[in-house]
Design a protein around this ligand. Structure first.
Ligand code: RP5
Length: 256
């Protein structure tokens, strides 16, 4: 998984400053690093009202129940003024941007393949409503407090965004960790658990819903890593290798 500084942020995002070479890591002193601070108004108004966003100050948040997949003990590190620090390092932007939670924002991503009788493999993708770049994405989303586990969150998102239902037993874990989402900042970042399934026989007809404007099956040999949202190209590559589709995994990596 590449942990590069996010690019292609939503159009309403404050611009990031360039992080000087060699200063990405928090352990490196960067006395001149002064990124803009940005938390979208939507997060601080609607997000707080609807309960998916934290209060304005991280000091009001109880972090004892939050964990990061990226650290050995799951613990989050903080700046001297109490802001969680992105384990991937400096991003050129402080605050929460469009993310609701200070620190890790946990998501689940279903990677659903169909293998037909001739052995052709296709992947179920959606087109998100929040990007104007035309990128396609996995039908994943943030975990809800009502989800018992990441698999349930993945199944719920799959049904909401692509109108496809599968069974929890069909899912196998591919990855758990931070993802290079364009919304990531120094103090708020996306982490995901990606789970994959292979369904055989006839493909269920997808129906776009919720955050998706379109949903479709795409042959795995037509995928390019940079045509997919955030780190989804990396996640799909790992899943293809896991299900034994090595040639498609290599083609995806080469096309990046
Ligand atoms: C990505 O953002 C994750 O991999 C996941 O697919 C998605 C979650 O955000 P929303 O779809 O809920 O906006 O980084």
């Amino acid at each position: 998984m590449s942990h590069e500084q996010s690019s292609g942020a939503p159009t309403s995002y404050e611009s990031r400053i360039e992080v000087p070479q060699g200063q990405k890591d928090w352990s490196v002193d960067a006395p001149d690093y002064r990124p803009p601070e940005f938390t979208h108004q939507f997060v601080e108004t609607v997000g707080v009202e609807q309960g998916w966003a934290d209060p304005q100050s991280p000091n009001e948040v109880d972090f004892s129940e939050r964990f990061s997949h990226e650290t050995e003990d799951g613990k989050i590190s903080f700046s001297s003024d109490g802001k969680p620090l992105n384990p991937s390092g400096r991003t050129g932007l402080e605050g929460r941007g469009l993310l609701g939670k200070w620190g890790p924002n946990q998501a689940a991503d279903p990677i659903v393949f169909n293998r037909d009788a001739n052995g052709n493999v296709a992947l179920l993708l959606i087109q998100r409503k929040d990007t104007d770049t035309g990128e396609w994405a996995l039908p994943g989303g943030m975990t809800d407090p009502t989800d018992k586990n990441a698999a349930q969150a993945a199944l719920r998102e799959l049904a909401e965004e692509a109108g496809v239902s599968i069974k929890e037993e069909q899912l196998k874990e591919v990855y758990a960790g931070i993802v290079d989402d364009p919304r990531n900042t120094d103090n708020a970042w996306m982490e995901t658990r990606a789970l994959c399934a292979v369904i055989t026989g006839e493909r269920p007809e997808p129906t776009a819903g919720d955050d998706a404007q379109r949903a479709k099956w795409v042959s795995v040999f037509k995928l390019t890593s940079d045509g997919l949202y955030a780190s989804h190209g990396d996640l799909v590559g790992m899943a293809l290798a896991q299900i034994g589709e090595q040639a498609a995994a290599e083609a995806l990596t080469k096309a990046a």
